[in-house]
Design a protein around this ligand. Sequence first.
Ligand code: ZN
Length: 150
Amino acid sequence: MDELRELYQSVILDHNKKPRNFREPSGANRASEGHNPLCGDHVVVQLVLDGDVVKDVGFRGHGCAISTASASLMTEAIKGRPVGEVRDLFERFHALVTSRPSEEVDATDLGKLSVFAGVREFPMRVKCATLCWHTLCAALDGGSEPVTTE
Ligand code: ZN
């Protein structure tokens, strides 16, 4: 279990240090902005939506290691996928991070996103991990109001 925890931590630290897709995708046609006032996380998610497929995605902003790593892993996980699959992935990710720590959760199809299982033990951190996803959904929905976790 400790080994697993260390692995999770190293993935999160790596993505915080070298965030993937930390850029403005060219030709972005959807964008949204999100804030987590409790922690001070701020993120802007931009997408290139081609029909029903997230052709490209990037993010900008600043925040804690959890929020940055979550946005980085999210962009890797959703790039090239249809919107339906992306929303489904968010539902399963959300179920994982909001489940009780003692609860058995099947995270096999979450891939690398399962590294956030440890967040369950820190309710304050759940908002850091889900901020980018809420922002993504707002971008998909085409809303222009900034998202806040409050
Ligand atoms: Zn945070």
